[in-house]
Design a protein around this ligand. Structure first.
Ligand code: GLU
Length: 404
C-alpha cells in the first residue's frame, strides 16, 4: 500500500489518539532511510532498509525479496511494524527492509551472494541493540543464517540476536516457523468467542509460510478449509480440502493450481466465497472498494500486511464484517521473534511448550485490550487498534523529551 494511503488513514485516526500536530509529524516520519544497489552476476538490485521508529526499543522487522518492492512500500511496512510491536506489547520499535528482485530467478549461490551483500551494505546500522531483521515475503531461515554469518564476520563478534527467524542450530527459536499463523489462530479463537461465531468454514489466500501453516493449524483446530490459493491460482471444494494432500501437491508441482481433488478457483473468486472466515495471507491491497461488497465472511483475519485498502475497510465495517487488522492478526511472527532475540541476548533456550504458552498469553492479552477499546466505540476494529498503538508510541516519545 502506498505511504500516501497510510498517511490518509493517520489523518483520520490521529485526532482520536489525542496527539499534537508535531507528534503526528514524528509518527509519520521515518527516522532513517538506508538505500543501496546490490550487484549480483552483473545485475543491480535496489535494496532498502527503513528504520521507522525506535522510541519503544531497537528497530524490528523483516526483509522481503520481491519484484515489486519499492521504497514507498517498505516505508508503509516499516510504519506498520512500529504499530505492531506496540500492539504486541514487546519492547521493540519498527523497521522493514526489502530488495527488488524475483528470487525465483536466482540460483542458490546468487541468492546467498545477494543476502550477504544486503548485510554488507547496511551492517553498520544493524545489530541486536540497533535494528533486528527477520524473514518476510520470499525470505527464509536459510537466508537469515547467511545474513547472520556475514554480520558476525564483518563485526568479528558472535551476535545471534542480530537477526531472528534463524535456523534452530544457529540460535533460532522453537515455534518461530509457525508463529505468524499460530498467533493468528489464537486471535481468531478470541474473536470468534466474542462474536459467538459457530461456523468454521475458512478460505485462505496465499500459501507461503503464513498461509500454508494457517491451513494446517485451522484444519487441526476443526475448521473446514474450503479454498486455498497461491500466486498462480487456487483450489476449491465446498466440502473441504484435504490440506495435507494440497501441501504435498504444492511441494511436488510448485503450485496449488491444478490440484486434482478440487475445482480451480482464481485469487479474486476466493475472496468472494461464502465462508465464515477469510484469511488474506499474501500481498497487500487485495480487498478493495471494487470487491469489498462481495465479501461474505463474518471475520477477515489479515495474515498478510495491508491486504485491505482503507476504502474497503469502511465497506466491510458497514456490512458488519469484523476485520482483525494485520498489526494484531499477524503479530505472532514478531512476537516469537522477540522471544528468539530475548533467548539469544540471555543465552537461553526455551522449549516448544514455553514458547507456545507465552505466545498465547501475548496474543490473548493484546486482543483483550483492543476489544475493550473497540467494543461500543462506534469505530471499526482497525481504528481502535491504531489509536491504541499510536498512544503507546507517542507515550514513549513523550517520555524521551527533556522536561524542563
Ligand atoms: N515479517 C514479519 C512481519 O511482518 C515478521 C517480522 C519480525 O519477526 O521481525 O511481521
Amino acid at each position: 500500500m502506498t505511504f500516501a494511503k497510510v498517511k490518509k488513514f493517520l489523518e483520520k485516526v490521529s485526532p482520536l489518539a489525542g496527539i499534537t500536530p508535531e507528534e503526528k509529524i514524528i509518527l509519520e516520519t521515518p527516522q532513517k532511510i538506508l538505500q543501496a544497489e546490490l550487484e549480483v552476476s552483473g545485475k543491480r538490485y535496489p535494496a532498502f532498509r527503513v528504520q521507522f521508529n525506535n522510541a519503544r526499543g531497537p528497530f524490528k522487522g523483516g526483509i522481503r525479496f520481491h519484484p515489486e518492492v519499492d521504497l514507498d512500500e517498505v516505508q508503509s511496512l516499516a510504519f506498520w511494524m512500529t504499530l505492531k510491536t506496540a500492539v504486541a506489547d514487546i519492547p521493540l520499535g519498527g523497521g522493514k527492509g526489502g530488495v527488488r528482485v524475483n528470487p525465483k530467478e536466482l540460483s542458490k549461490a546468487e541468492l546467498e551472494e545477494l543476502s550477504r551483500k544486503y548485510v554488507r551494505a547496511f551492517y553498520q546500522d544493524l545489530g541486536p541493540e540497533k535494528d533486528v531483521p527477520a524473514p518476510d515475503v520470499y525470505t527464509t531461515p536459510e537466508i537469515m543464517g547467511w545474513m547472520l554469518d556475514e554480520f558476525e564476520k564483518l563485526t568479528g563478534t558472535k551476535a545471534p540476536g542480530f537477526i531472528t527467524g534463524k535456523p534452530l542450530e544457529l540460535g533460532g527459536s522453537k515455534v518461530r516457523d509457525i508463529a505468524t499463523a499460530l498467533g493468528g489462530v489464537y486471535v481468531l479463537e478470541e474473536a470468534a468467542a466474542k462474536l459467538k461465531l459457530e461456523g468454521k468454514r475458512a478460505a485462505i489466500q496465499g500459501f507461503g509460510n503464513a498461509g500454508m501453516n494457517m491451513a494446517k493449524l485451522l484444519r487441526e483446530a476443526g475448521y473446514t478449509i474450503i479454498a486455498v490459493s497461491d500466486s498462480k491460482g487456487g483450489a476449491y471444494d465446498a466440502e473441504g480440502l484435504d490440506v495435507d494432500k494440497v501441501i504435498q501437491f504444492k511441494e511436488q508441482q510448485g503450485t496449488i493450481k491444478g490440484f486434482p481433488e478440487g475445482k480451480d478457483i482464481s485469487n479474486e473468486e476466493l475472496l468472494e466465497l461464502d465462508v465464515d472466515i477469510l484469511v488474506p495471507a499474501a500481498l497487500s491491497g487485495v480487498i478493495t472498494e471494487n470487491n469489498a461488497t462481495k465479501v461474505k465472511a463474518k471475520i477477515v483475519l489479515e495474515l498478510a500486511n495491508g491486504p485491505t485498502t482503507p476504502e474497503a475497510d469502511e465497506i466491510l465495517h458497514q456490512n458488519n464484517i469484523l476485520v482483525l487488522p494485520d498489526v494484531l492478526a499477524n503479530a505472532g511472527g514478531v512476537t516469537v521473534s522477540y522471544f528468539e532475540w530475548y533467548q539469544n541476548q540471555h543465552q537461553q533456550v526455551w522449549d516448544e511448550e514455553t514458547v507456545k504458552t507465552k505466545l498465547r498469553e501475548k496474543m490473548v492479552a493484546a486482543f483483550g485490550q483492543l476489544w475493550t477499546a473497540y467494543d461500543g466505540s462506534g469505530h471499526d476494529f482497525r481504528t481502535a487498534t491504531y489509536v491504541h498503538a499510536i498512544k503507546k508510541v507517542i507515550a514513549a516519545e513523550r517520555g524521551r523529551r527533556l522536561r524542563s
